[in-house]
Design a protein around this ligand. Sequence first.
Ligand SMILES: Cc1ncc(COP(=O)(O)O)c(C=O)c1O
Length: 274
Amino acid sequence: LVRCQEAVEVSDISLNSDVATVHRLGEAASALGKVHKVVLMVDMGDLREGVLPENALSVAGQMASAPGIQLVGVGTNWGCYGGLMPDRPRLEALVDLRLDIQRMLGISMDIVSGGNSTNINMLLDGSMPGGITELRLGESILLGTEATQRQSVPGCRQDAFTLKAEVIEVLAKPSKPIGKIGQNAFGVVPELKDRGIRMRAICAVGRQDLDPDALEALDPGVSILGASSDHLILDVDEAENPVGVGSVLSFRPAYSALLRAFTSPFVEKVVVSQ
Ligand SMILES: Cc1ncc(COP(=O)(O)O)c(C=O)c1O
């Protein structure tokens, strides 16, 4: 609620599921002499945002009656929490909801916002039902992958983003911690294999900036061992190119690593044209 004023200042349209929020958006829009457009989010089963389909008609009525608001459509989201994949019956149910709301309220709505990068395969193989007017695509455009099995999207590149980080320590050390083991900083009791003495490097990025499980080391022979808040720990024993303090290593981020890198104030974003 506290950011409704800002929301109507910077956007004409937003995805919503809460009636009180929509009323607040409407008040803020009216005060600015604007009408704010709203897409009613319906939860088709992923169990993140959205009203349940059986409540959509009543909620739509309450939203459409808010001063300063134009209800322009329905939308849904997939995969983000429950990993739910879109299917034809549920998408058709969403399309039907638009028609039901239009009929009930006597309004016309242009938008059926059918999902995100989890829908890409249906879009490409032609199985997406008619009546879906838009998808909200992030991952498939930016990373070139669909979001349920991370298959490549034809025609898209998978190498648009590279994370570069400077090496701040390189030392030969045992590969298994020495002594009694408890939880690490992140509540996990690590089970590390003894691979003998190995050359290890630390890069100056960490979990605050990336997800080490969604990161691939691009320098041949370099592998990721793990990360703490601001240290990325690497095995460089078999690195093909010499790694020393000051070396800059490259990594390819998948979705969650890219998300954190973009929201971390400690990662500089540089656009390079090729
Ligand atoms: C509501 C909503 N729509 C669309 C997207 C984009 O999803 P994707 O990156 O899978 O295309 C997201 C991702 O966070 C989202 O939360």
